[in-house]
Structure formats: C-alpha cells, structure tokens
Design a binder for this molecule. Structure first.
Ligand SMILES: Nc1nc2c(ncn2[C@@H]2O[C@H](COP(=O)(O)OP(=O)(O)O)[C@@H](O)[C@H]2O)c(=O)[nH]1
Ligand SMILES: Nc1ncnc2c1ncn2[C@@H]1O[C@H](COP(=O)(O)OP(=O)(O)O)[C@@H](O)[C@H]1O
Length: 201
C-alpha cells in the first residue's frame, strides 16, 4: 500500500511566549509588516481594552460569561488566567489555517504554551527574552499601559517565566526589533522535523 503523502513542510504551528513588556507585540508587528502572509491568531480575553486596541484585531474582548461559554463548548486550543484576566486561543481558525499548509503563530503566555505542547507536541515553542532584567523593567514601565501595581504583578510573573525559558525549542533575544523579527521569520519558515499539526487530527 502506498504511504500517505507527507504534509507540507511549512504547516507548522509556532508559539511565541515571553514576559510582559519584552516586546512580543512589537516583534510580531514587525514580522507582519514585512511578511503580511504570516498569520497570527487573534485571542479572546476578558481583559479591558486598552486605548488604541481594536476588538477583533488585537483581541476579541469578551465578558466572563462569554469566555465561560467558549470553554464549555471546548472551543479553545488552550486558555489561562494571567494577572487576573483570562486569555485563550480559538481552536477552529488555527486548525483551518494549518490545514491550508501555511504557518500559524500564537502569541501567548507560559501556561498556554505548555498546554499547546501537551495537545500538539509538533508545535514549535519560541521564547522571546529581554537583553537584561533592567531592560525588561524599563520597557514595561516605558509602555505606560498599566499602573505601577499591575506592572509589579507582571514583573513577578516574568521572573517565573524567565526561569522556564529552557522548556522552549528556541530562545530569541529581543535586543534589536529588526534582528529579532528576522530570527523569528527564520524559525517560522524553517522546515519542521516532525508531523504537521494541521494534519494530525
Ligand atoms: N494563554 C494565553 N495567553 C495569551 C493569549 N493571548 C495573549 N496572551 C498572553 O497574555 C499575557 C498578557 O497579555 P496582555 O494583557 O495583552 O499584555 P502584554 O502582552 O504585556 O501587552 C501576555 O503574556 C500574552 O502573550 C492566549 O490566547 N492564551
Ligand atoms: N527591541 C526593543 N528595543 C527597545 N524597546 C522595545 C523593543 N521591543 C519592544 N520595545 C518596547 O517595549 C515596550 C513593550 O513592548 P510590547 O511589544 O508591548 O511587549 P509585550 O507584547 O511583550 O508585552 C513597548 O514600549 C515597545 O515599544
């Protein structure tokens, strides 16, 4: 009997994680500016919208009850509570994207990355690291999107997240945005060694 054809080598799921303020959003925006074909999942969240954020673009902003419903319907690939809010990845769009043979990128925190690893072992996990702790503190404060108490809470979580960098398949240091984006693009398009996630179910 002939073997089933190999899935496309590019049908790869990549997870980008890293502490709040390290520059995940900035690096992903740079990747998309240069490579508009890179597909990035839009998460659901119960967090309040920041000024400038657009519903359906940056996140789907949900009430707690709406989030509960999605969890009950098993509509999320993964979800986690982070700093008092819930965040999750709608599963169907990710599966649909991977089924086309094109790469998909999730920008999520550590607990979610671990769930993806458990559910889709073929996924590639990339950790975005700050050049130093002082630089991370300064970027988070410089962004000015959270009050100091919330920044403190995020920095406490960041310490544990940095300790988990060794669990990831690759670490990209966000020293310079352009360089870090280049490195991420290289990882996104590198042939995957294992089976395609999209074809696994
Ligand atoms: N597990 C999980 N984490 C997410 C998801 N979407 C965003 N996050 C993470 O939640 C954390 C907080 O996100 P956010 O409030 O937007 O803050 P920011 O990333 O520091 O700008 C970050 O680490 C995000 O990567 C998701 O769908 N699932
Ligand atoms: N390589 C970099 N060098 C200097 N500042 C950066 C760099 N990357 C991001 N920043 C700045 O750091 C802050 C946090 O970046 P952001 O993308 O919001 O982080 P995250 O999405 O990881 O929370 C922003 O003010 C951003 O402009």
């Amino acid at each position: 009997m002939p073997e089933a054809p190999e899935p496309p080598a590019t049908a790869r799921l990549t997870v980008l994680s890293g502490p709040s303020g390290v520059g995940k959003g900035t690096v992903v925006a740079e990747v998309r500016r240069r490579h508009p074909e890179v597909w990035v999942s839009v998460s659901v969240t119960t967090r309040a919208r920041r000024p400038g954020e657009v519903d359906g673009v940056h996140y789907h902003f949900l009430t707690g009850a709406e989030f509960d419903r999605l969890v009950a319907e098993d509509g999320l690939l993964e979800w986690a509570e982070y700093a008092g809010n819930r965040y999750g990845t709608p599963e169907a769009p990710v599966r649909e994207r991977l089924a086309t043979g094109a790469p998909a990128l999730l920008e999520i925190e550590l607990q979610g990355a671990r769930q993806v690893r458990a559910r889709a072992p073929e996924a590639q996990l990339v950790f975005l690291a700050p050049p130093s702790w002082a630089e991370l503190v300064s970027r988070l404060a410089g962004r000015g999107s959270e009050p100091p108490a919330v920044q403190e809470r995020r920095l406490a979580i960041a310490q544990a997240e940095l300790d988990a960098a060794g669990e990831f398949d690759a670490v990209v240091v966000n020293d310079d945005v352009t360089r870090a984006a280049d490195e991420l693009v290289g990882l996104l398009t590198a042939p995957s060694s294992g089976r395609s996630v999209g074809a696994s179910e």
